[in-house]
Design a protein around this ligand. Structure first.
Ligand code: SIN
Length: 306
């Protein structure tokens, strides 16, 4: 796995780290994030930059401890489409009940790419997991970009992509979300207003690596292209991003704190545990405007604070 050179040699880290696959992802154990020192946090951060997805086992956190840990990664971003848990509006409950058929996050995507400054980090704390199933898949969008021909890379680097919160290909956010009945939804009727244009290829500001930044879930079209014209290329790129060799399949346990880098990954929550409950507490952290590799800036078409 290619990664930047740095001052923190992960082999000396004060926790146990086990890579999950060749392309990205690692399990971390023997660490308590609630009391992690600044130095140990630096090691964890280096592991995050190297593996992009970390699943930290055996965490017991109150809502406040969870928020405090998340704030070490940057400012909390409010997720506009969830009301949050009582007294903690920024902690969204991702819940699927035994009777529900659809799950949250069941399509490949990077989180909230329809915001002008999408969150860098997403965290999920697993409260209840099914006996079997309920894993999450992740894909490395840097490896996907690097696998493309120079011709296609050059073309994509000049493109910007229109990202919408409306979930158009899934029938619209309102109707789609109401089928996920156990979630505490908010602002469903305002999703159409939330749209941002970002570079189709973004540069990761900490590793300088170029990563694809489009998805079939949130990208409606390339700027200046029709949706019909954009769809075949978006479908092709989604196929490349999700090639097995660029993915990993991460397993949850009760008390796992999962966190990932939305700048260089996509993910999909597998919906294969009908009849069981799965409950996660989710935080999104640190707004960052995606940076283009050839100097174009993202701009906002519509936005609101939920
Ligand atoms: C998400 O898309 O943020 C949720 C992923 C999951 O529930 O595994």
């Amino acid at each position: 796995m290619k990664h930047r050179s740095n001052a923190f040699n992960i082999n000396l880290a004060p926790f146990v780290l086990k890579p999950a696959a060749g392309g990205l992802g690692a399990y971390v154990s023997k660490i308590n994030v609630e009391s992690i020192s600044d130095l140990d946090f630096q090691f964890l951060y280096e592991a995050f930059l190297k593996y992009h997805v970390l699943f930290i086992r055996d965490q017991k956190l109150t809502h406040q401890q969870y928020l405090d840990f998340a704030q070490r990664w940057g400012e909390i971003v409010h997720y506009p489409f969830s009301k949050g848990v009582p007294n903690y509006p920024d902690i969204s409950e991702i819940r699927k009940e035994p009777s529900d058929t659809l799950n949250f996050g069941g399509e490949w995507h990077s989180d909230s790419t329809y915001l002008l400054e999408p969150p860098v980090v997403t965290m999920l704390l697993a409260l209840e997991v099914p006996d079997a199933g309920g894993d999450t898949l992740f894909a490395n969008t840097r490896l996907a970009f690097e696998s493309l021909s120079p011709g296609l890379q050059n073309m994509l680097e000049k493109l910007r992509a229109v990202n919408s919160a409306e979930l158009k290909r899934l029938g619209g956010r309102r109707d789609f979300s109401l089928q996920r009945g156990s979630m505490n939804h908010a602002n469903l009727d305002r999703a159409k207003e939330v749209e941002a244009i970002h570079p189709a290829v973004r540069v990761h500001p900490e590793t300088n690596e170029k990563c694809l930044y489009v998805s079939m879930s949130h990208t409606s079209c390339f700027e200046g292209w029709t949706e019909e014209e954009s769809k075949p290329l978006l479908e092709y790129l989604q196929t490349v991003i999700t090639r097995h060799e660029y993915t990993c399949r991460m397993k949850w346990e009760k008390g796992t704190l999962g966190l990932w880098d939305n700048r260089c990954t996509q993910h999909l929550a597998i919906n294969d545990y009908g009849g069981s409950r799965r409950t996660m507490h989710r935080l999104i952290v640190r707004s960052e405007k995606p940076k283009a590799s050839i100097g174009k800036k993202a701009f906002l078409k519509g936005s609101f604070r939920g």
